[in-house]
Design a protein around this ligand. Structure first.
Ligand code: SF4
Length: 455
């Protein structure tokens, strides 16, 4: 019997290509253990559990407190699970990006909940658990959302004080990433927060103040993942890994000095260009940098408040490729000031840039973002099923205008994926890479199935 069970809720009707450790609850679990509290994790997507399976796992563990983590697209699944397990847990708490953004609204959405938790929980959540286990019925703590109030969260100021995530409570063999195939993977957060203000970004969990862990601690964690868990691929889940090039170079130097054999992927920003950093990153095993490119059009980059130019995009991609690192570009469709033809131009731009991979998504007004407020004011907010391949059964926030209807979004998405991934040049280039044919067949099969399903 465990005092606390933390759950990553099931993804309805889907076997996602991307399965990564739920870092938020893995960090919470180790903070709870440090405070002397017994805890288990149920990572339902990794274990392939549906709602009934996850509920059965909870009832076997008979916890006093259940914490469910939830993003907005998974909130309905989290709520269904909450309803199912209500009788098995004395206290039911929701944490993660969704409650951080919508606060007290969680009780309208799911009356079964006892509390919600906003922001980073490593310092306050163990205190809440201790209070509840001691019989306190009306706790009052930073970050806590109760029926009558929502307390401001306090971000962790010293990230080095947080213990490493509780890897031993996760099914480490189950995780995989389609861009880093064939090897055991794990995720790491080496910094939190991002000072930029992209209009679609929900920063309600980690905020806008950049805080980083020391390079030594980051590399200690990478070394432990490699030594103890056989991990060979790391994905940095920082909001913006490359914000401070000096820090990145230090991390790379340490990886090399300690002889840690690891490949990794991280997020960059096209306005942060530093050839020396890129060269160190390559030497230290960086395989892929993902850039939020979003659009080929300056008017749209400005509308999205990206603070970057098309020239910077071209230069950053070129420097990254010159350093021998592959580039993944994220793009957004359904921007209200763009036409269909302009978005087709964006697909051409992606091809001209010579990107190795792309991810096309639709503009999503997530609660907590500035875009959410705008979408509500203009009547653009809809809950509908996502039009992209890696989006599953549930509905999610979408920005739907008179012009960018759901049908038109689906149409551009299909055309974009077809044009980018199924052109002869790309297919030949991909097939020539090591493991290229295998990866090509796997991802091509998945994409073809999605294209077929969507007409
Ligand atoms: S989208 Fe990325 S760069 Fe923009 S505010 Fe969010 S984390 Fe920062």
């Amino acid at each position: 019997m465990s005092q606390v069970v933390l759950i990553n809720p099931p993804i309805p009707g889907a076997t996602p290509a991307l399965k990564v450790p739920p870092l938020g609850i893995a960090y919470l679990a180790s903070a709870l253990r440090n405070a002397g509290i017994s805890v288990k994790i149920i990572d339902a997507p990794a274990l392939g559990l549906d709602l009934d399976g996850a509920a059965r796992a909870v009832s076997i563990l008979q916890p006093e407190i259940v914490g469910i983590t939830s993003t907005t697209p998974l909130s309905k699944s989290a709520y269904r699970l909450g309803k199912k397990i209500r009788r098995d847990a004395k206290w039911l708490i929701l944490g993660g990006p969704h409650p951080s953004a919508v606060k007290g609204k969680i009780f309208e959405e799911c009356p079964e909940l006892d509390f919600g938790f906003r922001g980073e929980g490593e310092e306050q959540f163990p205190q809440l658990v201790k209070l509840l286990l001691a019989g306190e019925k009306n706790p009052d703590l930073p970050g806590l959302i109760s029926r009558n109030r929502s307390c401001e969260p306090v971000p962790v100021s010293d990230l080095d004080s947080i213990p490493f995530p509780a890897w031993d409570l996760l099914p480490m063999k189950k995780y995989r990433h389609p861009l880093l195939p064939g090897k055991k993977i794990a995720t790491i957060i080496s910094s939190r927060g991002c000072p930029y203000q992209c209009i679609f970004c929900d920063q309600s969990v980690c905020g806008t103040r950049f805080r980083s862990r020391s390079p030594e601690k980051v590399v200690d964690e990478i070394a432990e993942l490699s030594r103890k868990w056989g991990v060979r691929q790391i994905i940095f889940y920082d909001d913006l890994f490359t914000l401070n090039p000096e820090r990145v170079i230090k991390i790379c130097r340490l990886i090399l000095e300690r002889g840690v054999k690891i490949n990794w992927k991280c997020e960059g920003r096209v306005n942060i260009q530093n050839p020396e950093m890129l060269s160190w990153m390559k030497r230290a095993g960086c395989e892929v940098i993902a850039y939020g490119i979003e659009s080929a059009h300056q008017k749209s980059l400005d509308w999205l408040n990206k603070g970057v130019s098309a020239a910077q995009i071209r230069q950053a991609v070129s420097l990254t490729k010159k350093a021998g690192i592959k580039v993944l570009g994220y793009f957004i469709f359904g921007i209200p000031i763009e036409t269909y033809q302009e978005e087709i131009r964006t697909v051409q731009f992606a091809i001209e840039l010579g990107l190795d991979y792309v991810q096309f998504g639709s503009l999503s007004p997530f609660p907590g973002s500035r875009l959410y407020q705008m979408a509500l004011e203009k009547g653009w907010y809809r809950e509908a099923s996502g039009p992209a391949p890696e989006e599953y059964g549930e509905t999610r926030p979408l920005l739907i205008t008179d012009y960018w209807t759901e049908d038109r979004l689906r149409e551009i998405m299909k055309e974009a994926y077809r044009e980018f991934y199924f052109r002869p040049g790309y297919l030949i280039r991909s097939a020539l890479r090591p493991r290229g044919i295998i990866d090509l067949i796997k991802s091509g099969f998945r994409l073809s199935r999605w294209l077929q399903k969507n007409g």
